[in-house]
Design a protein around this ligand. Structure first.
Ligand SMILES: NC(=O)c1ccc[n+]([C@@H]2O[C@H](COP(=O)([O-])OP(=O)(O)OC[C@H]3O[C@@H](n4cnc5c(N)ncnc54)[C@H](O)[C@@H]3O)[C@@H](O)[C@H]2O)c1
Length: 730
C-alpha cells in the first residue's frame, strides 16, 4: 500500500475525533524500542479489554507510519498488557452505530488499510498472543508475518463475527484461508468458534505455542533474529499437508459441502455465514486487494440486516448480565469454595459435575448408594466426553472427579458454603430437607433449591434462617444449558441472592433474577407453547410438521421432540402446576395424561410422541391416528403453526413483564434465548414481538381466540402495549 495515500487517509480521519480521544488512544497504543526491535504495546487506558475503535486504529496507523519511516527499526512485535486479553475485537459500539446508521460503514472499511499497511511493512512482524484474540484482533495478527500464542486456557483465537450477523471486515475472509487453507478456515469463519493456542498451532494459524511466562521473552528473541535476517513470511508457499483442496475440483467440493452443512444448521436463518462463504468462494485464489473489496461490500450489506441488529442486541444483553449483581444494594457476594448437592439424579449429578469442573468441592448426597453411583456415573460420562474430544486430559478428569464426594448420610454439611437441593419435586420432602439443612449447616451457608415449579418461600418456610434460601434453577442438561434462574423468595437476603448470582457466573452460566412465582419465567412461557404443540397433534397435525415449522422459525428443536427429551411425565407435572396457578389458559390437553398412562414418557422409555431408535426419531402413525380427536378450525399452515405457538409465548412473556417476574424486557429475552434456545437471530421473544408489532399480534390472537379457543385471548399487558404503539425495546 502506498505510504502517501495511507497517510492522507489517516489525516482525513483524525479530524473526526476529539482531542481527548486522540490523547487516550496515544496512551493506549505505545511504541517501545528494544534495540533494533520495535514493540507495539496495546493497553487501552481505563478498559479491561483491548478493543479496536477507530481512534485506536488511527493511532496504530500513525505508529506504523512512524515505523515505516524509521530505518533503525528492523522487526516489530505486537503484544498486549492486559492479563487475559490480546485484542477482544473491533469496538462493538461502533458496529452498532453503523447498524443504526449513526456511523458510515465506510469508516470501518477504510480501516482495512491499516491491516494492509502492517502486512506490507518492509520489516518482519510478530503477533505475540496471550488471552482472547478475536475478530479484528485476529485480523491484525493475520496481517503480521508470524504469530505465536501462549498455551494458557484463556488464549482463544477466532473470528466470531458471524455470531453478530456480520463477517470479518478487516481481511479475515482473505488472509485466514490463504494462511491455513479452505477447510480449516471455513470451519472457523462459518461457525465463529475460537481455538486455543495448541489447536491454532496444529492448524497453522500460529507458528509457535509456548507457556505464557515465556511468551514475551521468546517473541523478543525471535524478533531479534528476524531483525538480523529481515525474513518476511513467504506468502507464495504452498499449503503443507494433505487437503482435498489440492485435488482437481477439490475446492468446489469443499464449498458445496460447507454450504450444505451450513444450511442444515441455520435453515437459512443466518445470512452472515452464507455471505462469508459466498465471499470466500468468489475471491479465494484471486488478488488480495480485490478480495478485500468484495469482503468490505459484503460487510456493509450485512450491517443493515435485522439479523445483525438483533444479534448485536443479544450481545449487549449478555454483556449486561456480566455486570449484573442481581441486587441493587452494594452487598458483597460471599466467596464459595465448598458445596453440597442433595439428590444425585438427573439434575443433581449434572450440578455436581459442573461445580467440580469449575474446581469447587462437592459433597453429593442421595438416599441410596445406587443413586449416588448413578450421579457419579453421570458426572464421569460428561468429563469422559471432554477427554474423548481432547478438551481435557485424563489426569484432569481424575482430579475433577476426586472433588466429588458421595454420601448417603446427612453428615459433613457443617463446613460447606453452599448447598443446592435437587431432590424429587415434592414440597413436603423439600421442606423437610431444608429444615434439616438449616440445622446441619453453618448459619451463614447459602441454601439453594433447584425446584422447577415449587415456591421458594414455601420451601424455606420451615427454616429458622429463611433469608439464606434462594432458588437456583438450572436447566437440563446442566452441562449444556446456559441459563440459571435465580429466584428470590419473600425472605431471601440481598447477600444470598448476589452470592448465587455470582456463583452462577463463576460456573459459566448466565443468571437472571426471577420472582418467586409458579413456573418462574421460562417454564411459564414455555408451558403454553408445549401445550399448543399437543393441541395441534390432537387437531391431526403430524409431529414432524409441527417440529419442522418451529425449527424453521429458529428454535433449536421442535416442541414434540423437546417434549420427548424433557419427558412427558415431567412436562405433564409442570403443566398441571401451571394450570393450577393460572387457570384455563394453561389447561393441558388431555392427551398429555394419555401418553403418560401409556408409559410413552419420551426418549427415556424409547417412546413418546415419537418412537426412538437411539438418536433417530420415527414418526409413529398409529399414535398420530389415535390421538387425532379434534378437528382443525383453522388451516394449519407452517405460518399458522408458527403464529399459534409463538404468539402464545409473547402473550405470556408480556404478562410476566407486567407482573414484574423479571426486571425488564431484556431479561425475558435472555431467559428465553439461554433457557430454550429461542431464535437468537430474532433477538429474543419480546424483540421478536416488536418486529411483528404488538397490535398485529393482538389482532391475530383475537382471531385465534374466536376460532380456536379462549386460551389465545390477548393479555391486558399486550393490549396496552398495542394501544400505546410503544415497543419493548427502543
Ligand atoms: N429434570 C429436569 O429437566 C429438571 C430441570 C430443572 C429442575 N428440575 C428439578 O430438579 C429436581 C430434581 O429433578 P431430577 O430430574 O434430577 O429428579 P431425579 O428423579 O432424577 O432425581 C432426584 C433424586 O433425589 C433423590 N432424593 C429423594 N429424596 C432425597 C433426599 N431426601 N435426600 C437426597 N436425595 C433424595 C432421589 O433418590 C433421586 O436420585 C426437582 O426439583 C426438579 O423439579 C428438574
Amino acid at each position: 500500500m502506498e505510504t502517501q495515500a495511507f497517510r492522507k487517509d489517516v489525516e482525513q480521519f483524525r479530524g473526526l475525533f476529539k482531542e481527548d480521544a486522540v490523547e487516550t488512544a496515544k496512551n493506549s497504543v505505545r511504541f517501545e524500542r528494544r534495540g533494533a526491535v520495535g514493540v507495539l504495546v496495546l493497553d487501552l487506558v481505563g478498559e479491561k479489554a483491548n478493543k479496536l475503535s477507530t481512534p485506536i486504529m488511527l493511532r496504530l496507523a500513525e505508529v506504523l507510519l512512524e515505523i515505516s519511516n524509521d530505518t533503525s527499526v528492523k522487526a516489530l512485535v505486537l503484544i498486549s498488557r492486559k492479563p487475559t486479553i490480546f485484542i477482544a475485537g473491533a469496538d462493538i459500539s461502533e458496529i452498532s452505530k453503523m447498524t443504526s446508521g449513526e456511523m458510515k460503514p465506510e469508516v470501518l472499511m477504510k480501516l482495512q488499510g491499516v491491516h494492509t499497511f502492517l502486512e506490507e511493512l518492509k520489516i518482519p512482524s510478530i503477533a505475540a498472543i496471550h488471552g482472547a484474540c478475536m475478530g479484528g484482533g485476529t485480523e491484525l495478527a493475520l496481517s503480521c508475518d508470524y504469530r505465536m500464542a501462549s498455551d494458557a486456557p484463556e488464549t482463544r483465537i477466532g473470528l466470531p463475527e458471524v455470531m453478530l450477523g456480520i463477517i470479518p471486515g478487516w481481511g479475515g475472509t482473505q488472509r485466514l484461508p490463504r494462511l491455513i487453507g479452505l477447510e480449516k478456515s471455513l470451519d472457523l469463519i462459518l461457525s465463529g468458534r475460537a481455538v486455543d493456542g495448541k489447536s491454532a498451532k496444529k492448524m497453522g494459524l500460529v507458528d509457535k505455542v509456548l507457556p505464557k511466562e515465556y511468551l514475551e521473552e521468546k517473541a523478543m528473541a525471535w524478533a531479534a533474529e528476524l531483525a538480523q535476517s529481515g525474513k518476511k513470511r513467504d506468502k507464495t508457499a504452498q499449503l503443507s499437508g494433505l487437503s482435498v483442496e489440492k485435488i482437481p475440483g477439490g475446492k468446489w467440493i469443499i464449498f458445496d459441502q460447507a454450504k450444505k452443512k451450513l444450511l442444515e444448521k441455520t435453515k437459512g436463518n443466518y445470512p452472515a455465514p452464507e455471505k462469508a462463504l459466498e465471499v470466500i468462494r468468489k475471491t479465494y485464489g484471486g488478488k488480495l486487494q480485490e478480495g478485500l473489496k468484495v469482503e468490505a461490500e459484503a460487510f456493509a450489506d450485512l450491517l443493515v440486516t435485522p439479523q445483525s441488529k438483533n444479534l448485536i442486541q443479544v450481545f449487549y444483553l449478555t454483556e449486561r448480565v456480566k455486570k449484573d449483581k442481581g441486587v441493587g444494594s452494594q452487598v458483597v457476594a460471599k466467596t464459595i469454595e465448598t458445596t453440597a448437592v442433595l439428590g444425585a439424579g438427573l439434575m443433581g449429578g449434572g450440578i455436581a459435575q459442573l461445580f467440580a469442573a469449575k474446581g469447587l468441592r462437592v459433597r453429593m448426597r442421595d438416599i441410596s448408594w445406587d443413586a449416588v453411583t448413578r450421579g457419579y456415573k453421570a458426572a464421569y460420562k460428561i468429563f469422559q466426553k471432554l477427554v474423548d474430544r481432547r478438551k481435557m486430559k485424563r489426569s484432569e478428569l481424575d482430579n475433577k472427579m476426586a472433588l466429588i464426594e458421595g454420601t448417603t448420610a446427612m453428615t459433613g454439611f457443617g463446613s460447606v458454603d453452599l448447598v443446592v437441593e435437587a431432590v424429587v419435586e415434592d414440597l413436603a420432602i423439600k421442606q423437610k430437607v431444608f429444615a434439616e439443612l438449616d440445622s446441619l449447616t453453618k448459619p451463614e451457608a447459602i441454601l439453594c433449591s433447584n425446584t422447577s415449579s415449587l415456591s421458594i418461600t414455601s420451601i424455606a418456610s420451615q427454616c429458622k434462617h429463611p433469608q439464606r434460601v434462594v432458588g437456583m434453577h438450572f436447566f437440563s442438561p446442566v452441562d449444556r444449558m446456559p441459563l440459571v434462574e435465580v429466584i428470590r423468595g419473600e425472605k431471601s437476603s440481598d447477600e444470598a441472592v448476589s452470592t448465587v448470582f455470582q456463583l452462577s457466573k463463576k460456573v459459566g452460566k448466565t443468571p437472571i433474577l426471577v420472582k418467586d412465582s409458579p413456573g418462574f419465567l421460562v417454564n411459564r412461557i414455555l408451558g403454553p407453547y408445549l401445550n399448543e404443540a399437543v393441541y395441534l397433534l390432537v387437531e391431526g397435525v403430524r409431529p414432524t410438521v409441527i417440529d419442522d415449522a418451529m425449527v424453521k422459525f429458529g428454535m433449536p428443536m421442535g416442541p414434540c421432540e423437546l417434549l420427548d427429551e424433557v419427558g412427558l411425565d415431567v412436562a405433564a407435572k409442570v403443566s398441571k402446576v401451571l394450570f393450577g396457578a393460572f387457570g384455563a389458559r394453561m389447561k393441558p390437553p388431555s392427551l398429555m395424561e394419555l401418553v403418560v398412562t401409556e408409559k410413552r414418557l419420551g426418549k427415556k422409555t424409547g417412546k413418546g410422541i415419537y418412537e426412538w431408535n437411539g438418536k433417530e426419531k420415527i414418526e409413529d402413525s398409529k399414535l398420530t391416528a389415535k390421538i387425532q380427536t379434534g378437528k382443525a378450525s383453522i388451516e394449519n399452515t407452517t405460518e399458522m403453526i408458527q403464529k399459534r405457538m409463538t404468539y402464545l409465548m409473547v402473550n405470556e412473556g408480556a404478562r410476566c413483564l407486567q407482573e414484574g417476574i423479571v426486571r425488564d424486557a431484556g431479561e425475558v429475552d435472555i431467559g428465553m434465548i439461554f433457557g430454550t434456545g429461542f431464535a437468537p437471530f430474532r433477538g429474543g421473544l419480546l424483540r421478536y414481538a416488536d418486529s411483528v408489532g404488538a397490535s398485529n399480534i393482538v389482532a391475530d390472537l383475537d382471531v385465534f381466540a374466536a376460532k380456536i379457543g379462549e386460551r389465545f385471548a390477548p393479555s391486558d399487558a399486550l393490549k396496552e402495549m398495542a394501544a400505546s404503539g410503544k415497543k419493548y425495546f427502543n
